[in-house]
Design a protein around this ligand. Structure first.
Ligand code: NAD
Ligand code: MG
Length: 361
């Protein structure tokens, strides 16, 4: 089992990473000072519940008082209704400030359960137990949220977990499109921070099937370290945490324009990263060899261009509406080189013509 320490200004906590480490859960919880008899509420979704909850409950219930709250699988579960119903469950089961919430699932469950934990009795401890690759990103950093009909992640908090316990054995049942979606964020972490890791990915991961065992673990390990390093410097997103938004300005616009769920987050971010590289080339006169990047992305099955019917004007409007846009001007995360990030404000007119050019390339 590997251990990565996360340090933020407000909290330090460990990430435990390895195959089959769920077996060691009682030992890890004891190490984290949760005495036997602690009330634990597992929050999970229907898919993960069916696959893995009986096992998790049997490991935990030897020492703990275990309850489960299950939401339907998918983004729509990050709703106020589920948030409220989960609080009701926590109250009904008699959880208090010494109780523990375990977010057992992907980013949806992590964000929902984390926000419940952030606000239940003004904040109680929680642990992230990720079961998707994308959750290497969402489980670290302490951002938790639910969606509002008027916008994604609009209601939330910063609440750091007590620990992240990442058993990569769970990832074996992950559908290919979910694995690919999470892998886009691994690539993002490499591109914004670490040329050596980027070279390693190109050398070692030839297709999604290579994402298993030690190689998968290394991807998660490096991804978490890079994200944690950035969050450590900038917990509340006032500066370099914006680097993590690489590929996301267009990615979010694309998801929203096509309708959430039509395209996975990772597929949208992949196109967004290609666009960010394209814009970087235009602005800085550098070359990232677009066709090589495209064929590299294609080997994993990522889309490499915008859908032909999409309207650049609509995309621009969505990009301007992004939470991270300042006063309606789009700020994009660009690269001068792999690992060398720069944030750039781009005027509407220029962005629109770049979008047209990218669409027609
Ligand atoms: P998800 O939680 O919806 O999981 C994707 C799908 O995989 C779901 O259908 C789920 O039931 C299924 N699944 C989960 N584990 C499985 C397993 N082991 N085997 C088979 N199926 C499994 O989505 P996600 O991609 O993990 O996370 C996306 C969410 O994360 C979004 O809501 C996004 O906003 C959020 N997010 C948050 C942060 C943050 O910093 N808080 C960062 C990135 C993303
Ligand atoms: Mg993302």
């Amino acid at each position: 089992m590997e251990r990565i320490n996360i340090e933020t200004k407000t909290k330090q906590y460990p990430v435990f990473l390895g195959e089959g480490i769920t077996e060691s859960l009682p030992h890890l919880l004891a190490q984290l000072s949760f005495p036997s008899g602690t009330k634990i509420l597992i929050v999970t979704d229907e898919t993960v519940e069916a696959l893995y909850c009986p096992k998790l409950r049997s490991v935990l219930s030897q020492q703990y008082d275990v309850y489960t709250y299950v939401v339907p699988s998918g983004e729509s579960s990050k709703s106020f209704e589920n948030y409220y119903a989960c609080q009701t469950a926590a109250l009904t089961y008699g959880l208090d400030r010494h109780s523990l919430i375990i977010a057992f699932g992907g980013g949806v469950v992590g964000d929902l359960a984390g926000f419940v934990a952030a606000t239940f009795m003004r904040g109680i401890p929680y642990i992230q137990m990720p079961t998707t690759l994308l959750a290497h990103d969402s489980a670290v950093g302490g951002k938790v949220a639910i969606n509002h009909p008027l916008g994604k992640n609009m209601i939330g908090a910063f609440h750091q977990p007590e620990a992240v316990i990442y058993d990569i054995a769970f990832l074996r049942s992950l559908p290919e499109k979910e694995l690919r979606s999470g892998f886009a964020e691994v690539i993002k972490h490499a591109l914004i921070h670490d040329r050596a890791f980027y070279e390693w990915l190109k050398r070692e991961i030839h297709c999604l099937d290579d994402l298993e065992g030690q190689k998968l673990q290394y991807c998660i390990h490096r991804g978490i370290q890079i994200k944690a390093g950035i969050v450590q410097e900038d917990e509340k997103e006032t500066g370099i945490r914006a680097y993590l938004n690489f590929g996301h300005t267009l990615g979010h616009a694309l998801e929203s324009e096509l309708g959430y769920g039509t395209i996975t987050h990772g597929d949208a971010v992949a196109v967004g990263m290609l666009f960010a590289l394209f814009v970087s080339e235009r602005l800085y006169g550098v070359s990232f060899h677009d066709h090589q990047f495209c064929s590299w992305f294609q080997t994993y099955g990522f889309p490499t261009s915008l859908p032909p019917h999409i309207s650049p004007e609509q995309l621009l409007q969505k990009m301007k509406g992004d939470k991270k846009a300042k006063a309606g001007t789009v700020r994009m995360v660009l690269l001068r080189d792999i690992g060398n990030v720069q944030i750039e404000t781009i005027e509407d007119e220029q962005l629109l013509s770049l979008l047209h050019e990218f669409l027609e390339r």
